[in-house]
Design a protein around this ligand. Structure first.
Ligand code: ADP
Length: 146
């Protein structure tokens, strides 16, 4: 069994992310949800808030860890004994983007990638859409974990 990492901005974590984490946690011995802390990218939620929300949402999954990283994912993976990246695919656009990243991870760090296709009911959910709804004061409860 492999140790996996599910990296992302998670600004905020959505039901779509949760579905990938639940399914991914069954594929790996441990799965680390790694929040990318990029000081140059403005986020709606602070790093601490994002970490807290994910920890809460994942607390019943015993092999899921939550961490943050700065810099390159390949360095975080090497430092943490992680050999596989998990990513979710909603559509062909996601695939084109993820394929490029996967090639770079493999070329530079021999880091393997595994893609899980999102299930239909989650395919339209994105953090960006949730942020827009928050700004417009709309109900987001069905798009995010409790
Ligand atoms: P990033 O800023 O790196 O794109 P995100 O937080 O937006 O990070 O997404 C992290 C990962 O979760 C990516 O692999 C993305 O494709 C996947 N993902 C996001 N939303 C969904 C969804 N609704 N269903 C499946 N996978 C998703």
């Amino acid at each position: 069994m492999k140790n996996g990492v599910f990296p992302g901005s998670f600004d905020p974590i959505t039901s779509g992310h949760m579905e990938i984490i639940k399914r991914g946690s069954r594929l790996f011995e441990t799965l680390t949800v790694a929040v990318c802390n990029n000081p140059e990218k403005k986020s709606l939620f602070s790093l601490n808030d994002r970490l807290e929300m994910i920890k809460n949402a994942c607390r019943d999954m015993k092999n899921v860890r939550v961490a943050s990283f700065e810099g390159l994912l390949i360095d975080f993976a090497e430092e943490n004994g992680i050999d596989t990246v998990l990513r979710g695919l909603r559509n062909a656009r996601d695939f084109d983007y993820e394929k490029e990243l996967a090639d770079i991870y493999y070329d530079t760090g021999r880091l393997e990638s595994v893609f899980l296709p999102s299930r239909g009911e989650y395919s339209h959910i994105s953090s960006g859409m949730v942020r827009e709804l928050i700004r417009g004061n709309k109900d987001i409860s069905k798009y995010i974990p409790k």
